[in-house]
Each structure stands twice: as C-alpha cells, then as structure tokens.
Design a binder for this molecule. Sequence first.
Ligand code: NAP
Length: 279
Amino acid sequence: MTQIIDGKRIAQEIKDEQKRQAELLREAGKEVALAVIQVGEDPASTVYVNNKKKACAYIGIRSLSYELPEDTSEAELLALIEELNEDDEVNGILVQLPLPPQINADRVIRAISPKKDVDGFHPENVGKLAIGEPGFVSCTPAGIIQLLKRSGIRIEGAHCVIIGRSNIVGKPMALLMLRENATVTVTHSKTKNLKEICREADILIAALGKPQFITSEYVREGAVVIDVGIHRDADNKLCGDVKYDEVSPHTSAITPVPGGVGPMTIAMLMNNCIEAVLM
Ligand code: NAP
C-alpha cells in the first residue's frame, strides 16, 4: 500500500508545536518578530507573503509588513535592510523573491544579517550547512527532511537521488541528506541516463521545475517519491514535477501536489524565526 505523505497535517502539527514554543518565549519576555518585505505587486508573491503572515498570526509571531513600490531602487531596499538589521526587536528578515530587474537579488541576500536570515540563503548560512555547523537552513529542503522523519521513512543508508541543483532546493537538499547519512546523487539538466540513475533511488526527490516530467519509468518499485514542483496544468489545476496518478501505485510513499512539500516550507520558515530568537 502506498503511503500518501500528508504535508498539510504534518505542517499543522509543527505549527501547533511552534505556537507552544512562542508562548513559552513570550512568558520569558521574548517576542518573536519577522519583517516581511515585498517589492511590487506580483500576484503570486502577494499570495506567498499573505500565507506567511497568516502563519505568523496563528503561531503568535509578530509580522512587520513592508510593501514597497515596484520602482524601489536597490539602494532604498538595502537601506531598509540595514535599518532592520540594527533593530533589536526584529529577529528575522524576509525579502520575497523575485525582485524587480533594477534590484540585484544576490546583493540583497548578502545584505541581510546572517543572524536574521530566516530564509537560509545568505552565503554564511549556506557555508555553515556545508561544514555541518548550526545555522539557518533553506526552508523547502528542511521541510522535506521533516516530512520524511515524521512519516517514519528511514533516511540513513538510503540512496537518495535529487533531480535539480538550485541554490534553494537541490544543493541544500543534498547537504541535508548527507547530514542524515543518506548516500546522495545529485542530477541536473546535463545528466546522462537520468532514468537509469533515478531508478536506483530509494528516495527520489524531484525538484526540476518541469510539470509531470517524472513518469513511472523513472521510479523503482517501492521507492519513496518527494515532489517539490508546483505548476498549473492545462485545466489550471495544481500539479507537480511527478505524474502522480501514474507513479504513485509504484511507490511505497509519495507526496501529493498540493498538500505535500508546499505547506512544509512555511512551517520551516516559522521554525527559523523561533530559532532566530534563541540565537
Ligand atoms: P530551478 O532553479 O529552476 O532549478 C531547476 C533544476 O532542475 C536545475 O538544477 C536544472 O538543471 C534541473 N533540471 C531542469 N530540467 C531538467 C531535466 N530535464 N533533467 C534534469 N534536471 C533538470 O528550480 P527550483 O527553484 O529549484 O525549483 C524547482 C521546482 O520546485 C519548481 O517547480 C518550483 O516552483 C518548485 N518549488 C517549490 C517549493 C515549495 O515550497 N513546494 C519551493 C521552491 C521551489 P541545471 O542546473 O543544469 O539548469
């Protein structure tokens, strides 16, 4: 029987734990506060930002909202970040990506204090992850580790094949899997024999950003499949990188889209906000 990994339920469980943690922190006189910066009015970004604020409200994290106009200059954004870096009442700073073309996202990421970098994108935090030191970890891969652990899936010794090597998903995912003692293979658009390599996976993580690309030909019977992709299909329904209906009967466990990896990303962001207070 295939286990459908319920990311919505697991994320809710984590948010309830965080609510208690935030309460304890408040009793100890420490309030968790996250500054959320959005530049422009990209509708998808607005949905993400609103979901993050909603999660903050549920857990009891104060969210400070900065909605900047589309024509904000890089210097103006950097000045705001500098101000928030210095503000002792702000624990976490999040700049919603993508940014308008006049702003260099790398410079913005580097400007955020590594101690407030709750997205885990700053090179200092990425470096810490690489050498196994504690620091903020990119939320989507951190959420996948929680999904696996809380679903009773053994990572240690498993062969994990990751499709995708982006800085926010594929690469940190590989480092986290190594930390958990998996044997890791990272694949990308130049990989030869992708199907054969994927079929060797005990845990297959699809983060290539191509709708329903992964068919049953890529999956070994009984493998665990984690689908990171988010897309709209021809009927405007959400779908992932995996052809779910075809693949799921061949797996021992699989994440659906929606309701799999997605809800975990915000839950892990909230985790990083709480961690930021404890740093
Ligand atoms: P990305 O930056 O576009 O990276 C995609 C990666 O996949 C690249 O490394 C690329 O290889 C590789 N790739 C592309 N086509 C491939 C192919 N045919 N075969 C093998 N590898 C291929 O994407 P991302 O930011 O990592 O995101 C991946 C997906 O996850 C997207 O659908 C995104 O929307 C979704 N996502 C979801 C969440 C969530 O919370 N659920 C969070 C983040 C992202 P090269 O490096 O060679 O170009």
